[in-house]
Design a protein around this ligand. Structure first.
Ligand code: SAM
Length: 290
């Protein structure tokens, strides 16, 4: 077979989809990327992949998987729920012997650190199924112990979710996900993609977010406590904190005073560091003794 420069010698993705009859299923969030130039750009968004292990959720027909391998990933461990995709992925495994492990199953049931089992630095890279993207992301961001088993994530979301992740205080998009993501990682939008980039076209635009875990997030607190604080505060985001934080503690005013935060402020106004400071004081557990 004659191979175009820069290609991997495997058939075009459109042919693969046709040959294995991979009609997209909406229930599995299937919107495929068929342009290898684009998937290679996504693969590169998280920096140099040489020597790395990459965890990929939902390889589908393998557009991003092929790009990750072409961009130098040493090993790709892919988890795919749709068994129809397995023969297409097996073709990629044959082209890259020993470099691609495909796990057939549900990404929501995986023990990730066990799957990776130590070894070289790990990147998580995925064009995520949008129906479970936030759940997967929250799970990775809440990993314990921290720093986690991965040191980079390059993930595609619906644009609106990507904007929530990087949102700043006093914006409508700022919320629980922004606080968690920005406390534990440096997150930035690396790429915007229009609906036309996918087959079939989704109704919404998408964006790739590049996350780098922060080794020691400051101020330090338990991630579970931070989650309780943000749930209470954003659960009633228009209320003053002295009222919304009653969900969390019997003494919200004392907690806020200790943190140096005016009780009239609202969830939307607080910085990520201020949320973590509140959680840190809750963790200390001595408010009742004051
Ligand atoms: N990576 C491919 C691409 O970029 O063209 C496909 C991306 S598509 C948006 C999402 C993929 O996730 C599909 O292949 C779908 O079958 C798979 N998927 C959906 N739910 C899943 C789950 N719970 N666990 C593992 N894979 C899942």
């Amino acid at each position: 077979m004659k191979t175009a420069p820069g290609s991997d010698g495997l058939p075009p993705l459109r042919d693969v989809i046709g040959r294995y009859e991979l009609a997209a299923k909406k229930s599995l969030g299937q919107n495929f990327l068929l342009d290898l130039n684009l998937t290679r750009k996504i693969a590169r968004a998280g920096g140099d992949l040489s020597g790395r292990t990459v965890i990929e959720v939902g390889p589908g027909p393998g557009g991003l998987t092929r790009a990750l391998l072409m961009e130098g990933a040493q090993r790709v461990i892919a988890v795919e729920r749709d068994e129809r995709c397995l023969p297409a992925l097996a073709e990629i495994s044959s082209r890259y012997p020993g470099q691609l492990d495909v796990h057939s199953g549900d990404a929501l049931d995986i023990d990730w650190s066990k799957l990776v089992g130590g070894g070289p630095p790990v990147t998580i890279a995925a064009n995520l199924p949008y129906n479970i993207a936030s759940v997967l992301l929250t799970g990775w961001l809440e990993t314990e112990p921290w720093p986690p088993w991965f040191d980079r994530m390059v993930l595609m979301f619906q644009r609106e979710v990507a904007e929530r992740i990087v949102a700043q205080p006093r914006s409508k998009a700022y919320g629980r996900l922004s606080v968690l993501a920005q406390w534990r990682t440096e997150a930035r939008i690396a790429l915007h993609l229009p609906p036309e980039a996918f087959t079939p076209q989704p109704k919404v635009a998408s964006a790739v977010v590049d996350f780098r875990p922060i080794a020691k997030p400051e101020p330090s607190c338990r991630v579970a406590t931070l989650s309780r604080v943000t749930a209470a505060a954003f659960g009633q985001r228009r209320k003053m904190l002295r009222s919304s934080l009653k969900q969390l503690t019997a003494m919200p005013e004392l907690l806020l005073r200790e943190a140096g935060i005016a009780p009239e402020r609202r969830a939307e106004d607080l910085s990520v560091a201020e949320f973590a400071r509140l959680a840190q004081i809750v963790d200390r557990g001595d408010l009742a003794r004051r």
